[in-house]
Ligand binder design. Structure first.
Ligand SMILES: CC(C)(C)CN1C(=O)[C@@H](CC(=O)N[C@@H](CC(=O)O)C(=O)O)O[C@H](c2cccc3ccccc23)c2cc(Cl)ccc21
Length: 340
């Protein structure tokens, strides 16, 4: 980025980006032209909204109107929030710098970002007091917190002129990009969320294997825990063909990299989690070195297909014959192999 030509507040926004997102900030900064600033601001605004949703010190009667009206803060030069204790509170304390740069964006970008924030804020309030029960509700929750991000990003890509209109119009496909990432995060973060008393695993699935979600943290229930894990991973892998189709439509290298890297990190994470009891005793993270190798290798559709193929074959090799979902998992993996 040419920091020289930036306003002081835009420079500050890139500093916040590098503070709040470790490896991903570089990928955003590699985007071209107006899209780079639009995605940087979108990322920071979403980080601020997510920080409000995540802050357990904000009572629900206060949090609901905060989330529903959050998009209005984009137009209020003075709005900030200084009561947060979250690690990313910097984006809430300095929101005036972020909203200032939001207002400097072209109207086409402002409309997308404001619309997504309004829908996301509304959707988050639905799940503040309601747990995720059915698989449809799992998709609904993930739509609000991640699917909408995909829809917004796809609309920004088309608005910039760097991608065709179809990219921003096919909201169903863009939504699935987000569902794939969020479902992977929810699967990986079982223990961290359980310890924070947060439940994102859908009751419709876990209740087939236990009477309480906390049972999976007990070693004597390890076999049932792993069967539930494999069940959710199978459901998530069904989204991969849509992700491949979305990426096959992209024609700008920097946008392809930006979309592909998180998708490939997610399939690598799913493979590490599959049939892995360690999910219930710690957080299964991709090592930095492996992450860098994956990021370097995700620069073309053929390379990305080869990586997805690699991890899918790794999963197929580890499907236990005794797993209740074994045949379904094999069928879903076959469908992935057919498109990669
Ligand atoms: C919840 C989430 C998946 C939407 C978060 N999310 C992402 O995970 C980031 C990646 C990220 O932040 N990685 C972190 C790792 C971590 O924090 O765990 C890093 O520092 O490397 O990517 C996504 C993201 C990137 C590209 C295309 C997407 C399509 C649909 C939905 C999200 C998409 C993201 C794009 C935007 Cl604009 C905003 C948020 C996100």
């Amino acid at each position: 980025c040419d920091f020289g030509a930036m306003t002081p507040t835009l420079k500050q926004c890139y500093e916040f980006l590098n503070l709040t997102s470790r490896s991903f900030a570089a990928v955003i900064q590699a985007l071209d032209g107006e899209l780079r600033d639009a995605v940087c601001i979108f990322y920071l605004v979403l980080r601020a909204l997510d920080t409000v949703e995540d802050d357990m010190t904000i009572p629900i009667p206060v949090k609901v109107p905060m989330l529903k009206s959050f998009y209005k803060n984009l137009w209020d030069p003075n709005w900030n929030y200084t009561e947060s204790n979250d690690k990313d509170r910097i984006v809430l304390e300095n929101f005036p710098s972020i909203s200032q740069e939001f207002r400097n964006l072209a109207e086409i970008y402002r409309e997308v970002i404001s619309d997504i924030c309004q829908k996301m804020g509304d959707g988050m309030t639905i799940f503040l007091e309601r747990k995720v029960d059915t698989m449809e509700e799992w998709d609904e929750y993930c739509h609000y917190v991640a699917g909408l991000v995909g829809i917004g990003l796809a609309q920004l890509f088309s608005a910039s002129g760097q991608e065709d209109a179809i990219i921003g119009e096919d909201t169903s496909l863009a939504n699935k990009l987000g569902l794939f990432l969020q479902k992977t995060n929810i699967i990986r973060d079982y223990l961290e969320d359980w310890n924070d008393k947060r439940i994102f695993w859908p009751r419709a699935t876990w209740s087939k294997y236990a009477s309480d979600l906390g049972d999976f943290a007990l070693p004597e229930n390890q076999e049932k825990a792993v069967q539930c894990l494999n069940d959710l991973i199978t459901n998530t892998l069904e989204l991969l063909p849509s992700a491949v189709l979305f990426m096959s439509r992209l024609k700008t290298q920097s946008i392809f990299n930006f979309v592909a890297i998180p998708q490939v990190m997610a399939i690598a994470t799913l493979e590490r989690c599959y049939n892995n009891p360690k999910v219930f005793s710690g957080v299964v993270k991709i090592r930095k070195g492996e992450a860098v190798r994956i990021m370097m290798g995700s620069t073309s559709l053929e390379k990305v297909k080869a990586i997805i193929r690699h991890f899918t074959l790794q999963i197929i090799e580890r499907i236990p014959d005794t797993d209740p979902n074994a045949s379904k998992t094999r069928a879903v993996c076959q469908k992935v192999l057919e498109v990669t």
